[in-house]
Design a protein around this ligand. Structure first.
Ligand code: FRU
Length: 927
């Protein structure tokens, strides 16, 4: 269907194009169309044109005027024609314009009358000279060779008139008795001819025959003669037209004796025009046949012509019908095209609508699917959400239960702890404790206090959590309150060599506050400041009365500022410093529950106040507390009665006793006694002072102890000292124990030092991690001091045994697991070097260290630690071991071998050999 419509449309468009194709324009300049002959010519042309739809004919009638004809042709030229047909009025005047047309490239057909030059494409017409000649012969026959003739000529300048006259006269030259008495011009028309004939009758011109150049003029002459009763004359004409007033009819009616058929050539003119315009072959000169019509054939001709005319009429009516059909066809075709276009448009529209509909349907299906998917996902999400809510609810409950349990337990801890702290305090104050226990008792006291404080914080936190924390504000002097707390820190300040300032704008400021809570806050801030501030630092407390910056219901407020010039807190931690359980880093400085500052904030907010922090790294930290003055901001529930004498006088106590301070000496090396060479040297790396003390106490009897607070410190000590063993914690600031172990074990200079890792994290992974890094042993915390002592002892013994063992061994076995791979490689390398230099009596430490790529000291230390020998002893032992092989395999004499392995004399060799192996070389050779 689709294709059919398309091809039909294409066909119609093509036919429409061919029909509407530009037609050839033919201009026909006719000298006149007043007479029958010319009308007959036009009719012929029109009939012929019906067979040539590519031609379009325009006729311009010059009305027998040369001038008109010239301007008609000029017009054609201007309008633009494809071909000119011309029948000139007179030859000479019309010739130039015809030449112009011809020379401009437009084909020219000259019809009937000729021009005076050759400037034409084709000529159509009868041979007028021949017609004239035949007319002459016919006249001579009628006159039987004797008589007079009147010749009525056509227009003087027209070629048929000239040719016909010439032919006629030529023919009569053969008849001397025939005379042309006169030959006036009838100008081809009826009326002029009548006048001419009447004049001749009037002039009594004698004549027997009238020969007129056409039938119209001959009939006019006959009528004048008849009118003047001039009879028995012959009349001859030319043209032989059929029909009323035509020459043939005049012959039948007896008006003319004969006429000569002079065909119009209209049909031929159109045919030749078609050929020229379509590039088909054609004849240039087209001479039309002529025939005489007289009483012998006129009737037959009339009949024939009638028949022809009849047919022509039919053709014409056929043409009319055809034209109507064509126009109908054109209309229908146009209609069809319109309908087809409409159909096409409708079809396209339908396709578009169908597609849109289909797309919409598909989109709807997709949307529906997506909707379902989303719904499914939504329900999944809802399900997951419910699950999460459920899980989080469970978690919350579990956490709550745990916390409750924890709080309860903590609560339970409080009483026993208080019962420990109290007696300990008494013991310390009694000053009766034996010196050797003082340290330990102090440590117990400090740690019990710490534990108690943490438990208290936890209880406070639970209270806040459960919204059970209430403000019990009384009216007290804030200045003296803060001053008292400050005073309790003076001892600590002195011992830590920290300047602790106090300043207040007023001597007394009455403030409504909760004694216990504000005490905890100020205490916490000061403790923190002390933790952050290094020796020779400064901590200052400042109190001032100000107006609130933002609008509040109270008029005045008091600001407490605690400032230190310690290490400061970085930006990323600062924003979270008041978060619960937030610990800046796991360093000793920050040890605690992470609750202190969070609680402080809660407490200050209970006071309707604000706490802020500002800090710059390496510059210091400032905490600022804003508390409202007056009691307008407090409800009656938040206030308690305060009498002057009921003021609490307790404050939190900083953990700062003499002993505490004694112990917090800079840690680095406490007991370095190089003189104690007999005691093995142990480096103890531990960040927590108490643990360090504890370990030190348990080892100091048998070992000299070096101390370091972290891995970094430990490494710098190792650089200077030569520890025989390292005991290290894992979790430490700066550099942890694992990294320390890795560093020691991957350095040839230190890899031989045994390492015991000590840590609270007793997970298996940690243990493996530690061993992976090359640790020789691992002791989980809490540990028994005996356990540690045994482990230290064992490791040092292994080392010793190795020394013994080494003396008898030439090369260290590759699978010897008592010694690290790195050390094995080292010793084997040294042995190899010695072997290569066997002949040398003395291989110096310098040479050896150069060849190995280690410093002298390190080569010395390593060989000593690994083998228990000095470098020269070691070199000698290698040589001796080598000599064993030589004795066994070379067959050389002992003296030869002694020199070969680089001994200065065989006797010295024998002495050394015996010393090392307990047998003389000759005895060995015998065995
Ligand atoms: C018509 C006519 C004819 C004649 C011809 C000559 O105008 O006079 O009768 O044969 O012209 O050109």
């Amino acid at each position: 269907m689709n294709k059919f419509v398309f091809f039909l449309a294409l066909f119609l468009i093509i036919t429409e194009y061919s029909y509407s194709k530009e037609k050839y324009k033919i201009g026909f300049s006719q000298c006149t169309s007043a007479d029958m002959w010319r009308k007959a010519m036009h009719r012929e042309m029109i009939i012929e044109l019906a067979f040539h739809p590519d031609l379009e004919l325009t006729i311009k009638d010059a009305g027998d005027s040369n001038r008109n004809q010239i301007s008609d042709i000029q017009e054609f030229l201007n309008e633009g024609i494809d071909l000119l047909i011309v029948s000139p009025n007179e030859s000479d005047p019309v010739t130039p314009i015809v030449e112009e047309v011809f020379n401009s490239g437009i084909p020219v057909i000259v019809i009937d009358r000729n021009i005076s030059s050759d400037a034409y494409t084709a000529y159509i017409g009868s041979d007028n000279y021949l017609i004239g000649k035949e007319a002459g012969s016919y006249a001579a026959k009628l006159l039987e060779g004797r008589g007079t003739i009147i010749e009525i000529r056509g227009l003087d300048g027209s070629s048929p008139a000239i040719d016909r006259s010439n032919g006629f006269r030529t023919s009569l030259q053969n008849y001397p008795d025939i005379e042309i008495v006169t030959s006036p011009s009838g100008k081809w028309n009826y009326s002029d001819s009548k006048v001419v004939m009447q004049n001749m009758i009037d002039e009594n011109i004698d004549f027997d025959l009238v020969f007129a150049h056409n039938d119209v003029m001959a009939i006019a002459a006959h009528e004048i003669c008849k009118k003047n009763q001039v009879s028995n004359k012959f009349f001859l004409g030319i043209d032989g037209l059929y029909g009323k007033d035509g020459g043939t009819e005049a012959v039948i009616e007896g008006k003319l004796n004969a006429t000569f058929l002079y065909r119009t050539g209209g049909e031929e003119a159109i045919q030749i025009a078609h050929k020229i315009l379509n590039g088909l072959p054609f004849d240039r000169e087209n001479i039309l046949e002529t025939v005489v019509i007289d009483s012998n054939n006129a009737k037959i001709l009339k009949l024939q012509t009638e028949q022809v005319q009849n047919l022509q009429g039919k053709i014409e009516s056929q043409n009319d019908i055809l034209d109507r059909q064509i126009s109908k066809f054109n209309d229908q075709r146009t209609l069809l095209i319109v309908v087809l276009f409409l159909l096409g448009a409708i079809f396209i529209l339908v396709v578009i609508i169908f597609r849109a509909f289909r797309n919409k349907k598909q989109a709807n299906i997709k949307l529906e699917q997506q909707k379902k998917e989303i719904e499914k996902r939504n329900s999944e999400i809802i399900k997951q959400r419910d699950q999460i809510i459920e899980v989080s609810e469970k978690l919350k409950n579990a956490t709550q239960t745990k916390l409750r349990f924890f709080t309860n337990i903590s609560h339970e801890f409080r009483t026993p702890l208080t019962l420990i702290v109290g007696p300990l305090e008494n013991m310390i104050h009694s000053k009766k404790i034996p010196v050797e226990f003082q340290n330990q008792i102090n440590m117990m006291y400090r740690n019990s206090l710490r534990l108690l404080r943490m438990i208290n914080q936890l209880m406070d936190f639970r209270k806040i959590e459960n919204a059970k924390m209430k403000l019990h504000a009384g009216r007290y002097d804030l200045v003296s309150f803060v001053k008292e707390i400050q005073l309790s820190f003076t001892n600590l300040a002195e011992n830590k060599k920290i300047t602790l300032d106090f300043a207040s704008t007023e001597t007394e400021i009455q403030v409504w506050f909760d004694w216990d809570k504000l005490d905890k806050v100020i205490f916490n801030l000061l403790s923190n400041a002390f933790k952050f501030t290094p020796e020779n630092g400064r901590i200052s407390i400042q109190i001032k009365k100000t107006k609130p910056v933002v609008e509040t219901i109270w008029q005045e407020e008091v600001v407490i500022e605690v400032r230190d010039n310690g290490k400061g807190i970085s930006g990323k931690h600062l924003s979270r410093i008041f978060d619960r359980f937030y610990q800046v880093e796991k360093s000793q400085d920050f040890k605690g529950t992470g609750l202190g500052l969070s609680l402080s904030k809660e407490f200050i907010e209970l006071h309707h106040g604000k706490i802020k922090v500002e800090s710059t790294e390496r510059k210091g930290t400032t905490f600022t507390i804003h508390l409202p003055l007056g009691d307008t901001h407090l409800t009656s529930e938040e206030k308690i009665e305060t009498k002057l004498d009921s003021k609490p006088d307790t404050h939190e106590k900083p953990i700062s006793d003499e002993i505490y301070i004694d112990q917090d000496q800079p840690s680095k090396v406490t007991t370095i006694n190089l003189g104690h060479a007999a005691k093995p040297l142990i480096l103890l790396v531990e960040d927590e002072k108490d643990v360090r003390t504890y370990v030190k106490e348990s080892l100091k009897e048998h070992y000299t102890i070096l101390e370091a607070k972290n891995g970094k410190e430990a490494l710098s000590i190792i650089e200077e000292e030569e520890p025989d063993l390292i005991v290290s914690d894992i979790m430490m600031p700066e550099m942890d124990g694992l990294e320390l172990t890795r560093t020691i074990k991957s350095d040839l200079k230190t890899c031989h030092i045994p390492v015991i890792l000590l840590t609270a994290k007793a997970s298996l992974e940690q243990k493996f991690e530690g061993l992976e890094e090359g640790a020789d042993s691992y002791i989980p915390k809490p540990f028994n001091s005996k356990h540690l002592q045994i482990r230290v002892k064992k490791l040092l013994e292994i080392r010793k045994k190795m020394h013994e063992r080494y003396k008898g061994q030439l090369f260290i076995e590759v699978d010897d697991d008592q010694i690290s791979r790195m050390d094995r490689k080292f010793l084997n390398k040294v042995s190899n070097i010695v072997e290569q230099h066997l002949d040398k009596e003395e291989l110096s430490v310098e040479e050896l260290s150069q060849l190995i790529g280690l410093s002298r000291v390190h080569v010395y230390r390593k060989i000593k630690k690994l083998t228990g020998m000095s470098v020269s002893e070691f070199v000698r032992s290698v040589k001796l071991k080598q000599s064993l092989n030589l004795i066994k395999t070379s067959g050389k004499s002992i003296s030869e071998i002694a020199y070969e392995v680089g001994f200065s004399s065989p006797s010295y060799f024998t002495r050394c050999f015996k010393k090392q192996f307990g047998i003389s070389p000759s005895e060995f050779a015998k065995n």
